[in-house]
Design a protein around this ligand. Structure first.
Ligand SMILES: [Zn+2]
Ligand SMILES: [Zn+2]
Length: 446
């Protein structure tokens, strides 16, 4: 086996990713054109499996229903680095790349993540590279990061097909992460927050729980005999006002976000609404912050049912934990990303009030979640479009692959240093117990 220097290995990785750049970008664009929301990613899952096959990467499938895990083996044993790519789209009306039938759309750029995850694979398969690394790389194509369609997913939970409503918690529960020691992925971001070509590191994110809510009333003629009905839509409206009345109690530094939607407001306009459904997240910077805010939301929901003399069913599901990005892993990544995007273009990010599945991973192992400023438009909006595919796929892939080269060279000493310095907030079993402690079902009212 020819011994290569770290610089020679990185040059070989970069050259291979450049050589395959058009193919990798085409893969991302194929997924963009075939969007599927979480736990429905059958086509995307099959397509990613086909890519693993083409690259001769052994893989498992059907993890968390639609997820896949491919593994690249280094030349000798050592730690395993997990590289994530999320399979799922959102659902956004009017997005230029929306599926005309389902309105599914990649309005969060996850298609680019599959591209940059496969770029890592392609780069590390360059001649001589893996033989010189000690350890393994797990390619984790996870379902259902976007925590949407809660009723659909909760029905899958009730049927016993899932326990958690996000793909990554299902990966952790299934044991697919048991042999992974540290993790990374690269998300896209709007380039307006700084400028095109920038990579952001070190962000923190809110954690969250989600709620499936059903107000139950009594149907009756809406014109002739509303006095015989119990109006579940009025219960929902009072509950929404009750939630808004809590907002002055949310402290700024807890960055609470509560954003309910009504998914069913009534069935027929001439009948008093008797079955009104809502979904909401309750997000916050810390676990205490969002679990405390969630109790206030529950009070408001009960108040709506009480006011009209109806009932409310509240199903709470554990969402995602807050993220803590590992500082040493971040600094190794930063050293590798900077030469690719230029001095001053790797930028420290602050707190973000959205949530991410990498939050859960970061509770149990060292993890990073950088952002590549490659898109225009509003994330989750009808105008969010990845424009700079070279940054989102090729450069993002190189930055992660070069980081992995540093981690797994020299008998994996850098990876082992990151692992040994990391103090996990939770073990896997503590994490699962925590997630289960957040799940609850309650029915309240007359
Ligand atoms: Zn998103
Ligand atoms: Zn996303």
């Amino acid at each position: 086996m020819p011994k290569m220097t770290i610089d020679e290995i990185k040059a070989s990785v970069a050259a291979e990713i450049d050589r395959r750049s058009d193919d990798l970008i085409d893969i991302a664009k194929h997924i963009l054109a075939n969007p599927e929301p979480g736990f429905r990613e059958q086509k995307t899952s099959k397509y990613v499996g086909d890519q693993f096959e083409k690259l001769n990467i052994p893989f498992e499938s059907s993890i968390g229903l639609t997820g896949l895990k491919g593994v690249l083996e280094g030349g000798s044993s050592g730690p395993t680095v997990g590289v994530f790519g999320e399979l799922d789209s959102l659902i956004v009306l009017g997005h230029p790349h929306a599926d005309p039938l389902t309105n599914a759309a990649h309005a969060c750029g996850h298609h680019a993540q599959i591209g940059n995850m496969l770029a890592v694979a392609v780069g590390l398969q360059a001649p001589g590279v893996l033989e010189n690394l000690s350890g393994r790389v797990a390619l984790l194509a996870v379902p259902a990061e976007e925590y949407i369609e809660i009723e659909y997913r909760d029905d899958l939970r009730v049927e016993g097909k899932l326990e958690f409503l996000g793909g990554t918690p299902e990966f952790i529960k299934s044991g697919a992460m048991d042999d992974v020691d540290l993790a990374m992925m690269t998300h896209t971001e709007n380039r307006d927050w700084t400028h095109d070509g920038t990579i952001g590191v070190g962000a923190t994110n809110n954690g969250m729980v989600a709620k499936r809510i059903q107000f139950l009333g009594v149907a009756s003629h809406a014109g002739g005999s509303p006095h015989l009905g119990t109006n579940a839509l009025n219960a929902a409206n009072i509950a929404l006002m009750g939630i808004h009345a809590q907002r002055e109690t949310f402290r700024d530094h807890d960055t609470i976000r509560v954003h309910p939607i009504i998914t069913q407001g009534g069935i027929a306009v001439s009948s008093v609404p008797a079955d009104v459904r809502m979904e909401t997240f309750v997000r916050g910077r810390t676990i205490d912050a969002y679990t405390s805010a969630a109790k206030k939301v529950d009070r408001a929901l009960r108040a709506g049912a009480m006011a009209v003399g109806g009932r409310v069913k509240i199903t709470t599901v554990s969402g995602y934990a807050p993220i803590q990005q590992d500082p040493l892993l971040t600094s190794i990544y930063e050293m590798n990303a900077t030469p690719l995007v230029g001095d001053g273009n790797v930028v420290q990010m602050g707190h973000r009030s959205g949530s991410t599945d990498m939050g859960d991973v970061s509770q149990i192992m060292p993890a990073i979640h950088p952002y590549a400023a490659a898109a225009t438009g509003k994330a989750h909006g009808d105008d969010y479009v990845v424009e700079d595919y070279e940054l989102a796929v090729t450069t993002a892939g190189k930055a992660m692959a070069h980081t992995i080269v540093d981690l797994l060279s020299e008998n994996g000493s850098r990876a082992n240093e990151v692992i040994s310095r990391f103090i996990p907030p939770m073990t896997k079993s503590q994490y699962l117990a925590f997630m289960r402690s957040l799940q609850s079902e309650e029915e309240y009212g007359e």
